[in-house]
Design a binder for this molecule. Structure first.
Ligand code: ADP
Ligand code: ZN
Length: 216
């Protein structure tokens, strides 16, 4: 896509769009929490990066964090499966995010929220209360279909929620599940294409014991 087409697309109004922040916020202006949740390959990182780019165009001060565990594609960028990137800092804990957000930061982006500890809930609330727009993307379920903390709690406290869907690789329906296609019973087994597949409810095999095989 040309640069011009990209720019035009990026300034179009969008159904998921939330109100723009006022440029000069006072100490009493509250922020808010946005959560982008869905299966693997559903476009969570793409959507997070899209929002961050728009905030950048609006000259807002941005900080982006991802958990150190996820260094699949880059150490200092969040990278989507379609290879769209945005600069980010690696952190190990939610407390580290709290410590690293600067006083004048207006937008905080966090990718792979499911890899953080439950303190992320309090950190997101604190940042929003002091006027920050907090955008968190993450897997809402693990490979067995179990809700993945702290995403359920973040979905509960968020002002805005976007559920993203991939395309089921078996039947083409919207996919809500991440099917593990290799042998491991670890909840966290970081991987990408070839290790997980997007599947719909009908095609997902929800056994806790990997590997899972399509039932036909
Ligand atoms: P997520 O962060 O939810 O894992 P990404 O934003 O990293 O998703 O990647 C989304 C991209 O993944 C899509 O734009 C597409 O290029 C690619 N992709 C690969 N497999 C699928 C699939 N089954 N359904 C949809 N997109 C897919
Ligand atoms: Zn399907």
């Amino acid at each position: 896509m040309s640069t011009k087409a990209t720019m035009i697309r990026s300034i179009e109004p969008d159904e998921n769009e939330v109100p723009a922040r006022k440029e000069h916020r006072s100490a009493t202006t509250a922020g808010w929490i946005e959560v982008i949740a869905g299966s693997m390959f559903s476009g969570k990182s793409e959507e997070l990066i899209r929002r961050l780019r728009r905030a950048r165009i609006a000259r807002q001060r941005i900080q982006v964090f991802k958990p150190e565990i996820d260094s699949r594609f880059s150490d200092n960028h969040i990278v989507s499966h379609s290879e769209i990137k945005h600069e980010s800092a690696n952190v190990r804990t939610a407390a580290e995010i709290r410590a690293r957000v600067e006083a004048n930061t207006e937008v905080v982006g966090i990718d792979e929220g499911q890899f953080f500890d439950n303190e992320l809930i309090g950190v997101a609330n604190e940042l929003a209360e002091r006027g920050v727009r907090v955008i968190i993307a993450g897997l809402d379920q693990d490979y067995t279909g179990k809700p993945w903390e702290p995403m359920p709690q973040l979905l509960a406290i968020a002002e805005y929620i976007t559920k993203t869907h991939a395309i089921c690789v078996k039947c083409g329906q919207p996919a809500n599940y991440s099917q593990r296609i290799f042998e491991s019973e670890e909840r966290v087994a970081v991987g990408a294409a070839g290790m997980y597949e997007a599947r719909c409810r009908q095609c997902f095999v929800p056994h806790a014991d990997a590997p899972t095989i399509h039932p036909d």
